[in-house]
Ligand binder design. Structure first.
Ligand SMILES: [Fe+2]
Length: 386
């Protein structure tokens, strides 16, 4: 997150003495990425953040692959995934490769009995249904329908929901998630042609500091295994921090669409990037305004990327028979395009109310056993004339 941000109390100079009211030193922690080359923050803990007391059980949660190599377009009905009480147990990885795990979750309960850290991956949580507060050691981020929550690897968090009807589309990325570089100047500031700007971000606020020497359960995901461990001292014992590496939110409703006289290509919808995939936001927008324009997209041969679309709301102009919560996979190697009738149907239309999130991966995606359970089975034939 290329904005400097701070919360709480910090010493005037880094790496200098900073003392608690009782005279003891606070524990400084550098929280960085990409060794010492990436973004980082400096946190000041009341207690040492290193006080592991017990290592408890470890649970392998690696995705179970059903289709390793395939060339089948899929439509997954993600609302058929049954809700579960626990946030971690509710997660169902659907489409995965060595760079990213894409899935859905329908958790019913807030996380209250443990803390969670993903040591493997940056997490993108897209909130389709539900609202609440993401509580982290950097502060709190309230969330609601349409929010992306970007949680860099290593952030300790809990998630609180206001109700039980929650639907989340998520991506766990094994490389850092950034905003597109082409929208930032050489200082990191978002440029005028960017579809969003710094004011749109939801930064962590209301830093909570809990001081105790009690035992607290932490679940750390590493190498596809969730390790349960007991720490001494509350994980949210930070009295202050500053820097660039922290979780943040961004509402898809604040993505300002880029439109043109003729059809604009998918990169205009790009919202986030990594070295291995991109995340795009399709939002309500005016259609192309050339007198002979065709608003529907042309057929395209994404020969070197797999395309995943998560349909959120509205009528998706180029598709027949998709509903909120559906996920389509258009695999690399074969062209795809509008469904029969969609091109003619789009001509003369003035705008779209469609809302969708797209993830294009540069490596092929494998299909999990969970995904096949919610596969509609016949989508790959859906471009035939009726
Ligand atoms: Fe496409």
């Amino acid at each position: 997150m290329p904005i400097y941000h701070k919360q709480g109390n910090i010493p005037p100079k880094r790496h200098t003495q900073f003392r608690r009211p009782d005279g003891e030193l606070y524990s400084e922690q550098l929280f960085g990425t990409i060794g010492f080359d990436g973004m980082s923050s400096l946190l000041y803990h009341h207690n040492r953040p290193t006080m592991v007391k017990e290592l408890l059980k470890s649970t392998d949660v690696s995705p179970k692959i059903a289709l390793e190599k395939h060339i089948r377009s899929l439509k997954l009905v993600s609302f058929n995934v049954a809700p579960k009480d626990d946030f971690l147990e509710a997660r169902e990885p659907l489409l995965v490769n060595s760079d990213v795990h894409i899935g859905v979750a329908a958790p019913k309960k807030s996380m209250t009995t443990y803390f969670y850290k993903n040591a493997d991956a940056d997490e993108m949580l897209f909130i389709h249904k539900g609202s609440g507060v993401l509580r982290t050691l950097f502060g709190q981020i309230p969330f609601e329908y349409g929010d992306y929550l970007i949680i860099p690897r290593g952030v300790i968090y809990q998630i609180n929901f206001d109700g039980e009807d929650n639907r989340i589309f998520y991506a766990e990325s094994f490389t850092p998630i950034y905003t597109p570089k082409r929208y930032r100047n050489w200082f990191g500031q978002l440029l005028e042609h960017s579809p969003f700007c710094e004011r749109d971000y939801k930064l962590p606020e209301n830093l909570e500091t809990f001081i105790d020497t009690d035992e607290h359960l932490m679940k750390v995901k590493k190498q596809g295994v969730v390790h349960e461990m007991v720490y001494v001292g509350h994980p949210f014992d930070v009295v202050g921090w500053d820097g660039y590496n922290y979780p943040y939110g961004f509402s898809i409703h604040n993505f300002e669409p880029i439109t043109g006289r003729v059809h604009q290509p998918p990169p205009v919808h790009q919202t986030f990037e990594t070295s291995a995939f991109v995340i795009c936001s399709f939002v309500p927008r005016l259609y192309d305004y050339h007198p002979k324009s065709i608003p529907a997209p042309y057929n395209h041969s994404n020969i070197d990327s797999d395309e995943v679309l998560y349909y959120v709301d509205g009528d998706f102009m180029s598709r027949n028979g998709v509903a909120p919560g559906n996920i389509s996979l258009h695999p690399a190697g074969i062209p795809h395009g509008p469904h029969p009738g969609a091109v003619e149907r789009s001509i003369g239309q003035k705008g779209s109310e469609e809302l969708a999130v797209m993830i294009d991966t540069f490596k092929p995606l494998k299909v999990t056993e969970n995904a096949l359970k919610i596969d509609d089975g016949d989508y790959y034939r859906s471009w035939l004339n009726a």
